[in-house]
Design a protein around this ligand. Sequence first.
Ligand code: FAD
Length: 545
Amino acid sequence: MDYSLLNRPKFIHRLRNEQFDLLIIGGGITGAGIALDAASRGLKVALVEKSDFASGTSSKSTKLIHGGLRYLKQLEFGLVREVGSERAVVHRLAPHLVLPEKMLLPLYESRGFGSTLTSVGLMLYDWLAGVKPEDRRKMLTKKQTLRAEPLLRDAEIKGGALYAEYRTDDARLTIELMKTAFRHGAVPVNYCEVMEFLYEGQRVSGAEIKDHLSGETFPLKAVATVNAAGPWVDELRELNRSRQGKSLHLTKGVHVTVRWERLPVKQAVYFDVGDGRMIFAIPRGGCTYIGTTDTTYTGDKNDVRATREDVDYLLNAVNHTFRHVPLEVRDVESSWAGLRPLIHEEGKSASELSRKDEIFRSSSGLISIAGGKLTGYRKMAERVIKLVIEEWFQHRFLEGVKTNDIPLTVEAFSSYDEVENYVNALLFEARGYGADAQHIRYLVHAFGKQAIPLLQGAKQFAGGDIAESLVLSELNYCIEHELTTSAEDFFIRRTGMLYFDPMRLIAAGDAVTAHFGKVLGWSEDKLNVERHRLKDSVILSTQFE
Ligand code: FAD
């Protein structure tokens, strides 16, 4: 059965009527990783997400599969070793979506670390992560640094370093994991919220679920329940009356995108701001994105916004570091703001808090997991599933962690070279489809080998604008294979267009909403509501108070 919006009622029917081994609450990267680990070992898995998949933190990160260089400063060697070595694994499992990205670290007279400390730190970083010799860090002279990135202001620069990381699309990685879990038998459904826990005696035995698309509520029965609700983990612990001991400390991180021409960096740069923080400026498609801030957050978790102060901070940092016409707020094409679900440590500031994950076990059997990184999702899942199996399944499924070898897409690429060859072959053919080079790269990096059927699919919408036909073809695919329920799901979490190609969103927004209306038989009123919701998303990402 396809993972199609049209099959969603059947998935809901299963959630209502079947008994599951494991219920996972939360459809971010953590929940998705746990679902795949459990389902691939043979557990019968349900996953519910109150909004869209990846709509929490997992679509609002810096979108790097990285070892977290700055955690060395906090002496988090275990964390750096784990996430550092996971980078290569996640790249191997999805080479079209997790792309090698060399990072340039400029060194300054008056900010950051000196070159000896940086050189030793990066050597340690490579060693902890088991980086291949050809990818290990290279220390650069001032001249080489400025050749690598001519836009850097040269007055203060004394040298630099190049080291290896990976770039991804966090929401697409989450969706691909979710689809892979589905192919292994899991039933992950979006817009389904846990309202209450169900108990047998003192033990959690599932949850009362509200389906926000139909408005119906139903019980979901499961032997074990895992709370992977990211910033909402403590709310669910509260609901379970098991919130004690450590608790979450949320910090907000903001990113902005500007047109690449406004900050035409040749390559990704990770620079010291001078106040103890480090910021990325990363070219991607037709944009450069810049981030991130790190400030304690106590506001509404369902309405996290970039403020004018956040945006000014990022633009000032860039203007201080790069030679170019200074960026102004009106240059910001889009933005996103996410919450880091970190573990509170008395006396530590936002950026000093550990990024390590933490598991909480309650006497009612609820297992909660928070913290961690996108990059470490597989190892977090392994730890959680080990506990689930020990507690409920008497080691029946303990053998055989399989996620090391499960590609995160159908018709997977065997290597990054194959991805590049595929892109080049498609660029050659692209003229026949009317797609430009940038769009071809985006299609392959987002949808892998589905790029060709997507291009071919655009022909059925012939007659209209070619760019719009391509968007509608992507939309058809996302509705039929990625449980996409609205224009917002599509433009934000399936394609990232709100962040990286807002002009395409503006051009195709009405056509996409109308297409949903046709497929789902929406009334004119419903269509208007959806059009407004999409406009609100654009306003939220471009207006700052
Ligand atoms: P989430 O993605 O928030 O998922 C939790 C989900 O639970 C949400 O979708 C929510 O809607 C759902 N939920 C909540 N309550 C309920 C309920 N009652 N019923 C059903 N569902 C519910 N990591 C990296 O590896 N690389 C990076 O470059 C990076 N950069 C970052 C930059 C920023 C600014 C931030 C904030 C984080 C960054 N991280 C990065 C960390 C990483 O993004 C997070 O660790 C990760 O996304 C957390 O995923 P999660 O699944 O735990 O939480």
